[in-house]
Design a protein around this ligand. Structure first.
Ligand code: ZN
Length: 378
């Protein structure tokens, strides 16, 4: 199926209820994407993801490029077939991981030269290479290479990264139009990424220039890198307002449960974050009354579920006492059950947000959710 984005309803706040039609299914938006770094959402089987009705997950190009290699995945029929996943897949460009994980990075107009964090081998990631690798993977939605910067960054640094991001987007566009399409997913599309740090005018300018290149969707990058939440919202909102109404907007790498609705109200349609999965493996569990650390002594003989108001498979069956035991004994099942619950929790918030937009009461929902989650915090 060809890629398409449709808006079903909008909210006065700027929130949008929509539908993302991809070659591997329709995704109701706003949507939260679990992170499946190396072609697996850690501790989850694909069957379990289906049970959670995950419509779209994120896979990291950098990791798959280094191991097992995009050429192998191409020969195996693309990432969907390789990992036996019939739902949607979004891949990043590899840029963010190169900037955060790889050694000896050297950024030039050509691309980013880096050493693998696995074996020290040297690689060059260019805008063209990022397209080639993602086409081999055959994701439904790919990202063009951008230059990520640290926070805080000077205005000069943010401006030069935004300029390079624009030049790379233009080269990516050219590569998309001239190189052969993905064999596994010929309808694959690529989103551009807006940069510009925390400078509103740079964001507006970068957005306008990227929009002129006409991409089927736009991501907002370079946020959730350590700046205060209010500032992320301000910049995300300002940037989203410069993007075309009818194109999907993806805010990369956010957020905490109580923040998701804020981003939706900025006009964001898609988000991804490692928090539910990574925290689950550390025994940090989200509940409607605020988070809890399952390893704590208070749960040793607590027969209640993680969250009495959660409808997930874990909360219907297992006690805090059992999960506390699994965590303390370092049992694999602990990570599996904790991850299942945390993902359900995030997906359920998004479900509730979509419902609130549909019924026109997002504003009330937002303040109630905020009050409930904050009440549970110490
Ligand atoms: Zn649960």
């Amino acid at each position: 199926m060809a890629f398409r984005f449709e808006i079903v309803k909008t909210d006065p706040s700027g929130a949008r209820l929509g539908r993302l039609i991809t070659p591997h299914g329709t995704i109701e938006t706003p949507a939260f994407m679990p992170v499946g770094t190396a072609g697996t959402v850690k501790a989850m089987t694909q069957e379990a993801l289906e049970e959670l009705q995950v419509p779209l997950l994120l896979a990291n190009t950098y990791h798959l490029y280094l191991r097992p290699g995009h050429e192998l995945i191409r020969r195996m029929g693309g990432l969907h077939r390789f990992m036996a996943w019939g739902g949607g897949i979004l891949t990043d460009s590899g840029g963010y991981q190169v900037f955060s994980l790889a050694d000896l990075r050297k950024v030039s107009d050509e691309g980013v030269r880096f050493r693998s964090h696995l074996d020290g081998t040297e690689h060059l990631l260019t805008p063209e290479k990022a397209i080639e690798v993602q086409r081999a993977l055959g994701s439904d939605i790919g990202m063009v290479l951008d230059e990520c910067i640290e926070y805080p960054a000077t205005r000069e640094r943010a401006a030069s990264a935004a300029q390079r991001t624009l030049e790379w987007a233009s080269r990516s566009k050219n590569e998309m139009e001239t190189a052969p399409p993905s064999e596994a997913t010929p309808e694959q599309v690529f989103f551009a990424i807006v940069q510009g740090g925390t400078f509103k005018d740079l964001r507006r300018q970068n957005a306008a220039e990227l929009v002129a290149l006409d991409f089927p969707g736009y991501a907002i990058g370079g946020l959730a890198v350590g700046e205060p939440h209010e500032l992320s919202c301000e910049i995300a909102g300002e940037t989203a307002a410069c993007l075309p109404m009818e194109r999907a907007r993806y805010l990369m790498g956010v957020g905490k449960p109580e923040q998701l609705v804020d981003y939706v109200r900025c006009g964001i349609d898609m988000m991804d974050c490692v928090l539910p999965t990574r925290n689950a493996r550390n025994g940090y569990l989200y509940t409607s009354q605020g988070p809890l650390h399952i390893k704590n002594a208070e749960f040793i003989d607590d027969a209640r579920p993680i969250d009495e108001s959660c409808g997930c498979m874990v909360c219907r069956r297992y006690s805090r006492a059992y999960l506390c035991h699994l965590f303390r004994a370092n049992e694999i099942l602990g990570a599996i059950l904790n991850t299942h619950h945390n993902l359900y929790f995030f997906l359920d918030i998004m479900r509730a947000i979509r419902e609130a937009i549909a019924f026109g009461n997002l504003s009330r929902f937002s303040s109630e959710l905020q009050a409930r989650l904050e009440a549970g915090h110490p």
